[in-house]
Design a protein around this ligand. Structure first.
Ligand code: ADP
Ligand code: MG
Length: 342
């Protein structure tokens, strides 16, 4: 075969292979877009585990009519414009690939209205050359993305989908992760027309406990301590489970770096060391932790799905996390020993 440039749809489908593994990955990308748009309310509607329909509606800044088409093109983003931006990412998205990828493997409709427009507009992308049709629509300020028939044109991918229930459970987990990262945003999730989750927006610390309890359970709240420490330009806050909150699965380990949930080997190692003498090696600690660090000190452009980061000063971050959590845990354990001895 001679060398050819891939058609836009094929190029997007190849990119989709990395970003869109299953319905839950679509939900993650769309939720990140809503948060980047400054939404304070997000509604997620799922039909049949997301394979039939994923609809996400937000009250964010919206997309102007003349940018709808661009939003669906590959390598089109409003979030980075130059290398300096890439070196200090503050948004969740930056690759300009999600909408293009998702629309190449589904029937996608993007409806949006900005505060400057009198009416909403809707863009549909379907077909081999990724041609986009723009039509007037009804929608308040904000954006609604509808993704129907995911993987309808990539049968190999479609075959990999599990039951509706399993796919829905993955979506639920993505929504939990996002809900833990942004207490100030209201998030509702429904499946097949029935409301499953409603996380109202919370402002005060005591109300934060309500959301933590809704997501992580009462036992976690009752057997965890709050941490709050900083050093130089790094800060760690959140809830650290006491040894009695340890579980036999690692399903309650939430760690965020600058608002982005991730599983990082370095941080995992630091946390495991903290619990080394306190929980059996076959058990897993439970925690919800938020690390804030100067965006220039961390590289988020490591993996297309963006759940990995690289810290420029890895050793310092590791030791800070270890020391901050170790101190908090030891203080709490000592306090409870003293109480028990009384
Ligand atoms: P990225 O998030 O990496 O920029 P996407 O393909 O996810 O790439 O989105 C492309 C662009 O479309 C975004 O940069 C943003 O300008 C716009 N966009 C997408 N979703 C929304 C939304 N919910 N509200 C406002 N703008 C959006
Ligand atoms: Mg995005």
């Amino acid at each position: 075969m001679p060398i050819q440039i891939l058609s836009p749809q094929l190029a997007n489908q190849i990119a989709a292979g990395e970003v869109v593994e299953r319905p839950a990955s679509v939900v993650k990308e769309l939720l990140e877009n809503s948060l980047d748009a400054g939404a304070s309310k997000i509604e997620i509607e799922i039909e049949r585990g997301g394979s039939q329909l994923i609809r996400i509606r937000d009250n964010g800044c919206g997309i102007a009519k003349n940018e709808l088409m661009l939003a669906l093109s590959r390598h089109a983003t409003s979030k980075v414009a130059c290398l300096a931006d890439l070196e200090q990412i503050i948004s969740l998205g930056f690759r300009g690939e999600a909408l293009a990828s998702i629309s190449s493997v589904s029937r996608l409709t993007l409806t949006s209205k900005t505060a400057q427009q009198n009416e909403a507009w809707s863009a549909r992308a379907e077909g081999r050359d990724m041609q986009v049709e723009i039509q007037p629509a009804a929608h308040p300020i904000g954006t609604c993305v509808e993704v129907a028939d995911l993987f309808f044109n990539t049968p190999a991918r479609r075959r990999f989908l599990r039951t509706d229930k399993t796919e829905y459970n993955h979506i639920d987990e993505v929504v939990r992760r996002i809900a833990l990262s942004r207490f100030d945003v209201q998030i509702k999730l429904s499946h097949n027309g029935a409301l499953q989750r409603n996380y109202p927006a919370v402002k005060t610390d005591s109300h934060k406990n309500t959301r933590i309890q809704a997501i992580c359970g009462r036992q976690f709240i009752e057997s965890s301590i709050m941490v709050n420490a900083d050093y130089d330009n790094i800060k760690i806050t959140g809830w650290l489970g006491l040894p009695q909150a340890a579980r036999n699965q690692n399903d309650l380990q939430y760690c965020y770096v600058n608002g982005r949930m991730m599983r990082d080997k370095l941080i995992n190692h630091a946390i495991r060391q903290v619990y080394e003498d306190n929980i059996p090696s076959e058990m897993y600690a439970a925690y919800v932790l938020f690390i804030e660090i100067d965006p220039k000190q961390v590289d988020v452009n490591v993996h297309p799905a963006k759940h990995e980061v690289r810290f420029h000063q890895a050793r310092i971050v590791h030791d800070f996390v270890y020391q901050a959590l170790h101190k908090a845990l030891q203080q709490s354990l000592q306090a409870s020993w003293i109480n028990d001895a009384k």
